[in-house]
Design a protein around this ligand. Structure first.
Ligand SMILES: *Cc1c(COP(=O)(O)O)cnc(C)c1O
Length: 238
């Protein structure tokens, strides 16, 4: 395919996704602008980032520090979200490059994130990843640990917790919905407990297969990869 045709196809997939997301939000009684789409570009090279940027996609999600360093370095004006596993020795590469780190899954990361943010003289926005479904294979705080984690995060001046993130199990819709609903309820509970001490405004939940359920359950950010970037992604979300 010619570059022009590839760009047109990418834009069409993106626009369709955005339209669907806005429609779901409205039908759920929410504002069509309530949900931000993060285009998960983790499997894509620089050429595709360039194409995406050219057609107007400006929020990207990466799950490997090396890719974040490379792509953010080349396209520093785009917004980069870090959504992957965090090794503490790579924190120096993530903080500052990511506008939002979605995947903070243990208290021991706070110290280093905070120290690096201080070094850069920034406040790093983060989300706490929660293992709502309780699957052993998933990372994240147990729901019962999040309050204590948030309490601790508050003592670091260069970290700002903006909300919660989760990944649903690959399961039937009812199970996915229960997971996202659990995340929302936990956020609301914490928001009322902590009051003005925190501004928990973000819920990052929903991917290619389950973003509609995420939006119905209150997602403010959906992280979508294959539905945007794959030419032959067959998954149809409800
Ligand atoms: C890969 C990934 C996504 C996107 O998944 P798709 O099914 O391609 O939409 C979202 N969130 C995280 C944490 C991921 O690793």
């Amino acid at each position: 395919m010619l570059e022009e045709a590839k760009a047109r196809a990418l834009l069409a997939r993106y626009e369709q996704l955005v339209e669907e997301a806005r429609g779901v939000a409205v039908r759920a009684g929410r504002s069509p602008d309530a949900v931000k789409v993060v285009a998960v570009s983790k499997t894509e090279g620089l050429e595709v980032i360039a194409r995406a940027s050219a057609v107007g996609i400006h929020e990207f999600g990466e799950n490997r520090p090396d890719d974040l360093v490379l792509k953010q370095g080349r396209y520093p004006l785009e917004h980069w979200h870090f959504i992957g596993n965090i090794q503490s020795r790579r924190i120096k590469d993530i903080v500052g490059r990511a506008c939002l780190i979605h995947s903070v899954d243990r208290v021991s990361l706070f110290e280093r994130i905070n120290a690096r943010a201080e070094e850069l003289d920034i406040v790093q926005d983060i989300l706490l990843e929660v293992n709502v479904s309780g699957e052993e294979s998933k990372s994240g705080f147990e729901p019962g640990q999040v309050e204590e984690a948030l309490e601790q995060a508050l003592s670091y001046g260069s970290i700002r917790v903006k909300g919660l993130m989760t990944m649903a199990p690959q399961a039937e819709d009812a199970v996915v919905r229960a997971c996202f609903k659990g995340l929302r309820e936990l956020k609301n509970e914490l928001a009322s407990k902590f009051g003005d001490a925190v501004d928990l405004c973000e819920l990052s939940c929903g991917m290619s297969m389950d973003f509609a359920i995420g939006i119905e359950e209150g997602a403010t950010i959906i992280r979508v990869g294959r539905r945007i970037f794959s030419e032959d992604f067959a998954g149809v979300s409800n």
